[in-house]
Ligand binder design. Structure first.
Ligand SMILES: [Zn+2]
Length: 137
């Protein structure tokens, strides 16, 4: 085994243990398969163990793909959420980063133009890729 494999950030220690165990079991199954085919010449047992090995490796590959997909979707979710604040009186519009506790129709700070209390008009996620704005509520 090479040490060159760079550890992915999305990998939890539990995942690594599962992957190692599954890999170990698959290798053991292939070993038993080879042993059955060569030493005891039991084709049925050999193919049975080979099947377990293949299944283990397939599961492992599937799991790795799933993990990669999940970390990818997480990085998409980490995108900026913006809050639009609107003054009901003069129509002044202000855009700022979403802050914890923000909700639509919540009273915001005073309007810099007319000093009237402004209100949160919309909260949306800023999507840089094509799909456009997505309303949260
Ligand atoms: Zn105003």
């Amino acid at each position: 085994m090479s040490k060159a494999d760079s550890p992915s950030k999305g990998f939890s220690s539990i995942m690594i243990i599962i992957v190692i165990v599954a890999l170990g079991l698959s290798i053991a199954a292939f070993f038993f398969a080879a042993n059955a085919l060569i030493v005891t010449q039991d084709v049925i047992q050999g193919s049975y163990f080979a099947l377990i090995g293949i299944m283990g490796l397939t599961l492992l590959t599937y799991m790795l793909i799933q993990t990669r997909k999940r970390t990818l979707s997480l990085s998409i979710q980490a995108q900026k959420v913006a809050t639009t604040i609107l003054c009901q009186k003069c129509g002044f519009k202000n855009l700022r980063d979403f802050q914890r506790g923000d909700f639509i129709f919540k009273e915001a700070e005073g309007c810099p133009k007319c000093n009237e209390k402004m209100m949160i008009a919309s909260i949306y996620r800023e999507v840089k890729k094509k799909k456009g704005k997505k309303e949260l509520s």
